[in-house]
Structures are given as structure tokens and as C-alpha cells.
Ligand binder design. Structure first.
Ligand code: SME
Length: 151
């Protein structure tokens, strides 16, 4: 299990003074991905047009390049503004399989300073039911700090 307190402090220190959102996303993804053996694909999808997500910084094998809000776990998180924890991707209607090894995933909506969803953070695991509400709350808090610009 990730030590989210230490991870969050590291991210704070790294992004302090950096305004560029892509640089912030790349830093968050790198720190997250290497912090936990459960994380097999870690990345952001950015809202680049109304109802459209486009791949942003990520670590892992190739991710799908674009995801309409109407599709996938990422689309539900972007549409509803609610974190999605999926224990078994086979049971999630409309799940988009970027990798056949993925068993579970978590998708956290990322809100910009205007309060609108500006991206989603997607973490996939090859382990079943890898994520729980503690992961959800910790990842939401990191995204709120980094992209709500309290740091
Ligand atoms: N599984 C996601 C798509 C993104 S990839 O897994 C990297 C979804 O269903 O939205």
C-alpha cells in the first residue's frame, strides 16, 4: 500500500512553483506509478473538447488516445465528477480494454480552478480488486492539491 502522506509531500515539493499543467501531470504520474506495485498503468486523460478526453502523460503500455465522455470508466468519471472504483473490469459495462491484462481500475476526476472537470486520473491494475476507498480519497486529495492549485 502506498504511503500517500509521503507521496503527497514529495509531489508538493516537486511541483511547487511549476504552473504548467502537463508538467504537473507528468510529475504526479511518475511519482504514483513507481510508488506501488499494484499500479500497472497510470495516466491522465485531459478534457480537450466538449465531452472528449485525450491521452495525457502516462506510464505503462500504450493507452487509447481518445475517449468520448460516453465511453469507458474514464467517461463515467468525467461525466459524473465521481471517482469510479472498479473491482472487476469484466463486470463494468462499456469498459475500454487498453490492455488485456487489466483486472481492476480506479478513475478519479480532476477539477481545475474553475471547478470544472479538466482531466481524469486513471490507474489500472493486473490484480483483481486492487483499489479501495482509501485509495480513492488519497488520490482525490492529491489531485485537488495539485490541480486546484493549493500548492
Ligand atoms: N479502461 C479505461 C480506458 C483507459 S485505459 O485502460 C488506459 C476505461 O474504460 O475508461
Amino acid at each position: 500500500m502506498t504511503d500517500y502522506t509521503a507521496l503527497s509531500a514529495r509531489i508538493d515539493a516537486l511541483v511547487e512553483g511549476i504552473d504548467d499543467e502537463i508538467a504537473r501531470m507528468a510529475t504526479v504520474v511518475c511519482e504514483l506509478h513507481h510508488s506501488d506495485a499494484r499500479f500497472h498503468w497510470t495516466g491522465f486523460y485531459r478534457v480537450t473538447a466538449p465531452d472528449l478526453l485525450t491521452i495525457g502523460p502516462y506510464q505503462g503500455t500504450h493507452g487509447c488516445l481518445v475517449i468520448p465522455f460516453a465511453r469507458g470508466v474514464c467517461g463515467v468519471a468525467a461525466r459524473t465528477g465521481q471517482t469510479q472504483v472498479v473491482d472487476d473490469v469484466e463486470d463494468f459495462p462499456g469498459h475500454i480494454a487498453c490492455s488485456s491484462s487489466t483486472k481492476s481500475e480506479i478513475v478519479v476526476p480532476v477539477f481545475g480552478m474553475d471547478g470544472a472537470v479538466m482531466a481524469v486520473l486513471d490507474i489500472d491494475s493486473d490484480d483483481p480488486a486492487a483499489f479501495d476507498t482509501a485509495d480513492a480519497r488519497a488520490l482525490e486529495a492529491i489531485c485537488a492539491r495539485v490541480f486546484g492549485r493549493t500548492i
